[in-house]
Design a binder for this molecule. Structure first.
Ligand SMILES: *Cc1c(COP(=O)(O)O)cnc(C)c1O
Ligand code: SF4
Length: 501
């Protein structure tokens, strides 16, 4: 008789995924050929229904979505989906679902204002020394949450536009770093991509070229093409930013593709997007960053999902992102920590957000109160002019207190712990990992005297009343806001998917 846990297990449907399940008759030669993968992408609901169950009630809704935003799924990426799991994380990234229809009118076409910061079409020049160059509207897989979801109904980028972009960079000497993105530049034929890279490399002030690509994730067979690797190697220093979102994407094929790029001397950094139902939990995110390190890919950014039209169903709260970051820092390798950023609506650029570890900082006092990943609180003292250190300098008596603390108020354990506890209480406890503390003020308490005195309980009793520097005035004017555009009409995608490639 099976034990209870075994019978529980029996109730779970078997996993239906993998190449052997979906594509049993495809030869190795076909499967490993990126052209075959690209040609055989699933682009219609009818084709998709041959592989995955589609709820009857959703058929029309999904059809409607596809009139607005196209679909494209390589056989390889499809094979990662468990056909028995309607909430499969790969499916959610690539397959339109009813929610995409329901929320279709919410959000912005161009949430980052990329087209407003555009000196010539295709270039976004937002930061002083680097720019973004969108050279393609084609991707191997179309991600349902794409920030540039507008590419899903735009036409191919013509060569003359690319030439104008290169020309802009050539006559703008402050640009030393060019991000070549799309769409996906690695879906280009090798010669077509080389045309762009060679022109960029010929510009003396362009120091580094970065390519943003999801191809190692969605079409790793592309890296089976030695010509591509030989070509890329000619344009060093070249970096590639890849885009893995879920540990299920860290497959042997993807690892091999990354290995080939790395062996061509190209450092790989990963940019993930925090996505509801895909990777918005700590266990998944930890498995992802570990999977990346095993492939020698460094986690770089974790993006808060942009409020782009057609992606609303995949957004999470910021608190969720902070909670995940809190669960990574200290708990696992420093190498595994991405930087969590919000790309500011309207074009403010990437803004780091995350758990607050500095609970208090006063440059005037030369003192900071910090907490570590376990919620323990520490005081750090800054250097001072020599004459302000009391003589004789006592041996520091505290654990967890920086040296050079014989500055008068340091009179033993009482002070250190008192300050610490006082702050802890003020902030509603420093322990635990889940409660986001984004309301904790850490603006240095110096300037405008609006530090509210909420006495941080220093045990030496000289309550110094400069509190936590809680800003009582509103932060300065909001400079960029999301727009919740509500569109009535839908645009129709070119049926032939733009006929690139
Ligand atoms: C993200 C981005 C860059 C590159 O930013 P880094 O923080 O240097 O990776 C450059 N330009 C634009 C418009 C961007 O969105
Ligand atoms: S690969 Fe990148 S550009 Fe293409 S659809 Fe996905 S997120 Fe958008």
């Amino acid at each position: 008789m099976p034990s209870e846990s075994e019978s529980e297990h029996d109730k779970k449907p078997p996993q239906c995924k993998g190449r052997a399940y979906y594509f049993p008759n495809v030869t190795d030669e076909e499967w490993n050929d990126w052209h075959w993968q690209f040609r055989n992408r699933v682009t219609s609901l009818e084709e998709l229904a041959r592989f995955l169950p589609i709820p009857a009630a959703e058929w029309d809704l999904r059809k409607q979505v596809l009139k607005d935003f196209r679909m494209g799924i390589t056989p390889y990426y499809l094979s990662l989906i468990d056909a028995n799991d309607p909430d499969d994380p790969i499916l959610r990234q690539a397959v339109p679902i009813a929610d995409e229809y329901h929320y279709r009118a919410i959000g912005d076409e161009d949430p980052l204002g990329e087209e407003n910061f555009s000196p010539v079409p295709g270039i976004t020049h937002r930061y002083p020394d680097r720019c973004l160059m969108v050279i393609s509207n084609s991707c191997a897989v179309y991600c349902r949450y794409c920030t540039r979801k507008r590419i899903m109904y735009e036409d191919a980028v013509p060569d003359f536009e690319i030439d104008r972009m290169v020309d802009y960079i050539a006559r703008t000497p402050v640009i030393r770093d060019v991000v070549v993105s799309g769409g996906d530049p690695l879906t280009y034929a090798t010669q077509k991509l080389e045309r762009v890279l060679s022109k960029l490399r010929a510009i003396p002030h362009v120091e580094i070229i970065r390519i943003g690509s999801r191809v190692p994730v969605s079409l790793p067979q592309r890296m089976n093409d030695p010509e591509l690797l030989e070509m890329l190697e000619k344009y060093h220093p070249l970096w590639i930013n890849v885009h893995f979102n879920h540990p299920n994407e860290c497959t042997p094929e993807a690892a091999k593709a990354c290995d080939k790029l790395l062996r061509a001397g190209i450092p790989l950094n990963n940019q993930s997007v925090l996505l509801k139902g895909v990777n918005d939990d700590l266990v998944t995110m930890k498995a992802l960053v570990h999977g990346l390190l095993k492939m020698r890919v460094r986690p770089y950014y974790l993006y808060q999902c942009d409020p782009v039209r057609g992606s609303e169903h995949m957004r999470t709260t910021i608190a969720k992102g902070i909670e995940i970051m809190e669960g990574l820092r200290g708990h696992t390798s420093g190498l595994a920590q991405p930087m969590y950023v919000i790309d500011a609506p309207g074009g403010g650029g990437k803004i780091p957000v995350g758990p607050q570890y500095m609970l208090y900082y006063s440059p005037k006092e030369g003192r900071a109160i910090l907490r570590n990943y376990k919620g323990k609180v520490y005081e750090y003292l800054e250097p001072r002019p020599l004459e302000s250190y009391p003589v004789p300098v006592e041996e520091p008596a505290l654990v967890g207190r920086s040296n050079g603390n014989g500055n008068g108020h340091a009179n033993g354990n009482g002070c250190g712990n008192g300050a610490a506890n006082g702050n802890g209480a003020t902030f509603g406890g420093c322990g635990g990992i889940s409660a986001p503390r984004f309301d904790v003020p850490v603006t240095p308490a110096r300037s405008n005297g609006n530090g509210r005195s909420n006495g941080n309980g220093r045990s030496n009793g000289n309550g110094n009343g400069n509190g936590n520097g809680r800003a009582e005035s509103e932060p300065s004017a909001v400079v960029g806001k999301s727009r919740w555009a509500r569109r009535r009409s839908t645009r129709v995608v070119n049926k032939d998917g733009n006929g690139k490639e």
